[in-house]
Design a binder for this molecule. Structure first.
Ligand SMILES: [Zn+2]
Length: 315
């Protein structure tokens, strides 16, 4: 009888609090996003041959309609300014020599002040509760869990961005979570920011293989995904892909997009969005590398280099 009473209360608590399995945090009710479709690919590892993938060389130029290049003929000098001695025209011998005491203090080159240009929404794809997304066991018993790898890369990126003064938002700091695609997108879309936002989703890839087996060793390398036909997305993806290949010297799988069935986080984010696939965790040799701290640091540093380049140049 006593056990029945305990079970009764367990069931009541489970119905209220969702049982012992940890649930994803609630998504605000005012978010108008479609539910996650379990049959659609979420990242490069789930690509099936049923839809086309467009592969572009990241070195091919991208031209933006709303960002025309400045040609020399576009630069017209203001005639009034030319005659104005208060104007700061260089190399003008009629200008008084500056008093060196008026010079502004020289900034310490070690700590340059960074003028933040974007808010980087850093997304660490998947969570501890996501099924699969792990390598087979290596001979020493170690294996790579994708959620852990993704979080470690984001953590390393954040350490550098803090030093540099680049603005970021860690979209999903929780670990005990499933894919949580709708929540990731909702959080990034709802995040208030005076700066334009860029969504950067970080993953490691997997090639087709029997469950628990290593994939064909010939499949390896790095690729970056963007929203199909987004020129800004393509431009951002190109910068990340080039930086990652330069840092690792791994096989270049270039930048990719899908004309249909695009990844949820690329489809529904209301900002420029890219997704990096950093090596294959079910390629035995690459998996061993992806478990090494120095290799992870190199991958994180390459992301930081790409972020800095976009912070300087814009998109
Ligand atoms: Zn993934």
């Amino acid at each position: 009888m006593f056990k029945k009473i305990i079970d009764f209360f367990k069931r009541i608590f489970a119905s209220i609090f969702g049982g012992s399995k940890k649930q994803n945090p609630p998504i605000p009710s005012n978010v108008n996003l479609p539910n996650e479709d379990e049959t659609l690919a979420q990242d490069g590892s789930e690509i099936t041959p049923d839809t086309a993938v467009v592969i572009v060389n990241e070195k091919d130029p991208v031209f933006l309609d709303d960002d025309p290049p400045i040609r020399p003929t576009d630069i017209v000098l203001d005639p009034e300014l030319e005659n104005d001695n208060t104007g700061d025209l260089p190399n003008d011998p009629t200008l008084p020599t500056d008093d060196p005491n008026d010079d502004p203090p020289i900034e310490d080159p070690e700590t340059p002040k960074h003028q933040a240009r974007f808010l980087w929404c850093l997304d660490n794809g998947h969570g501890k509760l996501t099924a699969g997304k792990r390598s087979p066991k290596l001979p020493d018993g170690a294996r790579l869990y994708e959620y852990e790898f993704n979080r470690d890369i984001v953590k390393k990126i954040i350490t550098e961005l803090d030093k540099l003064g680049v603005q970021y938002y860690n979209v999903v700091p929780e670990v005990d979570i499933d894919n949580y695609l709708k929540g990731r997108v909702a959080r990034a879309n709802l995040k208030a920011s005076k700066l334009p936002k860029i969504f950067l989703s970080i993953h490691s890839n997997a090639a087709p293989a029997r469950t628990g087996s290593w994939a064909n060793a010939s499949i390896s390398g790095i690729e970056t995904w963007y929203f199909h036909n987004s020129r800004k997305g393509r431009k951002v993806a190109s910068v990340f892909q080039a930086a990652l290949i330069k840092a690792t010297n791994w096989k270049n799988r270039h930048i990719k997009s899908r004309p249909t069935k695009q990844f949820y986080v690329l489809r529904h984010t209301s900002m420029t969005a890219v997704l990096t696939e950093n090596g294959f965790y079910n390629n035995k040799e690459e998996c061993k590398l992806l478990l090494k701290d120095e290799v992870r640091q190199k991958i994180a540093d390459a992301h930081v280099a790409a972020i800095l380049k976009i912070e300087r140049q814009g998109i």
